[in-house]
Design a protein around this ligand. Structure first.
Ligand code: 48H
Length: 259
């Protein structure tokens, strides 16, 4: 006999046990798009306690949509080793261009990150950051449903040594720091510089340079990096997103090792 209350207890007890444990971690990544998931995979693989917060019901950000809903992505040679490592099938198109299924890429990024022990929470919005002594020390969270329904519900908090803004074009965490605290970001203007119009080649190159600390304790990766430091968009080439995620994981690993 299947008991409905046992099912409810199994879900709530299992969820909360893991959630309580993840209230404090080494790294919180906000945004489960390609850059955030790739960073999570490499941090998890290195044994770093990592949490990913995703405000949507469905993780993946812009990845599953490929280019204009044609669910393929293009990656350049330099990033192919990442998809190879994840076990994603790639097809050579021409010199320096490979294609892959956006869905296979998302499902393997997600499953490999989870298998490395990363705690991934969908439907949770990182609405603000905690700043203590001028360093980001965690994030302020709430159910996305509460935000969508405009309910006046006070949030909870999660603490970590480092936070990664992987929220895509809107660079939501960097924006909130600028807007609410008036603090200076580590950009030439002290503010979010803003994403530039499409230029795929420069966008992909700038993205790697722009993947760095944007405020003490806050790193930026993916489109958020180009939005914060002012790089162009690049359309549906996703190699830079993967390389940026891998880079930010490496930068944080170095910081954690040297502490
Ligand atoms: C929790 C949040 C919050 C929040 C947002 O947009 P993404 O796919 O981001 P990237 O940078 O990994 O990849 C960008 C890529 O998808 C893309 O858009 C490209 C290549 N564009 C080029 C072009 O020319 O347009 O994912 C960001 C994720 C999404 O799933 C959001 O729902 C989520 O972050 N998110 N999660 N708390 N405050 N804000």
């Amino acid at each position: 006999m299947i008991d409905e209350i046992v099912i409810s207890k199994a879900i709530t007890e299992t969820f909360y046990k893991e959630f309580l444990d993840n209230l404090e971690s080494d790294v919180i990544i906000c945004g489960a798009g390609p850059s955030g998931l790739c960073a999570a995979y490499y941090l998890g693989k290195a044994g770093i306690k990592t949490v990913v917060l995703e405000k949507s019901l469905r993780p993946g950000g812009g990845l599953p949509g490929g280019g204009m809903m044609f669910n393929k992505i293009v990656i350049q040679q330099e990033s192919k080793s990442i998809l190879d490592e994840l076990g994603v099938k790639t097809t050579h198109y021409k010199d320096n261009y490979h294609t892959a299924s956006s869905l296979e890429t998302l499902s393997l990024l997600l499953s490999k990150a989870i298998q490395q022990g990363v705690g991934i929470y969908n439907c949770i919005n990182a609405e603000d950051v905690m700043i203590v002594d001028e360093k980001v020390t965690g994030v302020v969270i709430n159910w996305t449903a509460a935000e969508l329904a405009r309910l006046h519900v006070d949030p909870l908090t999660m603490r970590s040594s480092y936070v990664v803004d992987a929220t895509g074009h809107d660079a939501e965490l960097a924006q909130v720091i600028s807007r609410k605290s008036g603090a200076q970001l580590l950009t030439p203007t002290g503010k979010v510089v803003g994403e530039k119009p499409m230029w795929a080649d420069k966008g992909e190159r700038d993205l790697i340079d722009n993947t760095k600390e944007a405020f003490p304790g806050l790193y930026v990766t993916g489109m958020a990096a180009n939005a914060v430091f002012g790089g162009p968009r690049m359309g549906p080439i996703f190699g830079g997103m993967l390389l940026s995620g891998k880079k930010v994981a490496g930068l944080i690993l170095d910081r954690l090792k040297n502490e």
